[in-house]
Design a protein around this ligand. Sequence first.
Ligand SMILES: *Cc1c(COP(=O)(O)O)cnc(C)c1O
Length: 360
Amino acid sequence: MKRAYNFNAGPAALPFEVLQEAQAELLDFRGTGMSVMELSHRSKDYDAVHEEAGQLLRKLMGIPEDYEVLFLQGGASLQFAMVPLNLLNEGQTANYILTGSWSEKALDEAVKVGSTKIGASTKEEKYRRIPALSELEIDGAEAYVHITSNNTIYGTQWKEFPDTKGVPLVADMSSDILSRPVEVRQFGLIYAGAQKNLGPSGVTVVIIRKDLLSRSKGELPTMLNYNTHAKSRSLYNTPPTFGIYLLGKVLRWVESQGGVAAMAEHNELKAKILYDAIDQSNGFYRGHAEPASRSTMNVTFNLATEELEKEFLAEAKEAGFVGLAGHRSIGGCRASIYNAVPREACEALRDFMLAFKAKH
Ligand SMILES: *Cc1c(COP(=O)(O)O)cnc(C)c1O
């Protein structure tokens, strides 16, 4: 068996150990004679899995008691709508900071729900950077301020988070949750699709400060109301049981690696390997993001011409590297190096980049 050098943006690489464990348990989970997929979501065996995943996430992220952890479906994209549906009421305005396509999509949904404004945008600069905190227009009266902590497509990442003058800060952390320590207290709500750093697609994590639950209007459809899921421990209807089980295993793996602080160290190291290759190439490879805004999760770069990029991508594919094409909306190249991508994969890519440059 040969495992690929997987640089997919999402769904993405999972820890090898997690896959092996899941394989070993697939036919008979803890003596039940069934796969986790075949267990009732109301059974004691599944409940232990469900409970453990939530507790582990609390422990790893240091989530305070006055926050709920929810396991939902519909991806981060459904949260683009659920956030304003639950938190943006009549007479209020939501503030969106635009740092890439995903923040634009989040704003598009909020516009359908209520009043919005744009507190800053780096669109004019092709989203090459995160705005400085001093550029943000936050008046302190907004329903919430929304940011995208890591911009998966452009390869930029917030390095410090804004002080929002008491307004709840909402963050889409789909592509960097658990990649570095964050102070959950700084946020009113955090959401993340699981398929980048947490596990397989199909599960979405929402971390919400409990006082914000009182904002949701009773007339919201039941499944779109955060209270429904908070009250039922995310067991109102059938949850994505196998995804939550795998997510729990990924969390155990993160813990075994030393937790989020260790992840951050490991991610900085991996990112440096690739950014150094870019910076030391005399312009052969050109990083898209400004150095101060560079993401440790998605390394985006271009070559001199589209022709050369095509050649690079074709040869990389031939050499066993998967997922290096940039997002279909902007092209170029992108290496996604989430938690589960090993350092060896980054070193192999660097070596390939050096060899390709030497040849051309
Ligand atoms: C991938 C991604 C999304 C979309 O997630 P889905 O689960 O496909 O809806 C949203 N935001 C960010 C930052 C992402 O990286």
